[in-house]
Design a protein around this ligand. Structure first.
Ligand code: ZN
Length: 106
């Protein structure tokens, strides 16, 4: 397998004022789960074999899960899944709204 990074995201993202790394999750681990996050290492990993739409869903899922911990929201996993899927659908259905929220609308 190639070592070339095959995920759609930049190498780092900002979360809650900190720089987190974003890394591909290799096949060995991605057999069992599609992504994970590690608050201590400030790292999110995304299944490198997933298509770009799935990678977007995985990223939102891991972000909501990580933020739930950081903001002491104590979301249960079904809540993480529901919220991340709902946000993903809204952003996909309304890309202009997502851009406006991000402050990058043209
Ligand atoms: Zn999860």
């Amino acid at each position: 397998m190639s070592n070339d990074k095959s995920i759609i995201f930049p190498d780092t993202i900002r979360i809650h004022g900190h720089t987190w790394t974003v890394e591909p999750l290799g096949r060995e681990l991605a057999r069992d789960w599609a992504g994970d996050f590690n608050t201590t290492q400030q790292r999110i990993r995304i299944d490198e074999a997933a298509n770009s739409e799935s990678q977007g869903q995985i990223m939102l899922h891991e972000l909501v899960e990580a933020l739930s911990g950081m903001y002491q929201l104590e979301l249960e996993h079904p809540q993480v899944q529901g919220l991340s899927q709902a946000l993903f659908a809204v952003f996909r259905d309304n890309p202009e709204v997502a851009k406006l929220i991000a402050g990058v609308a043209s």
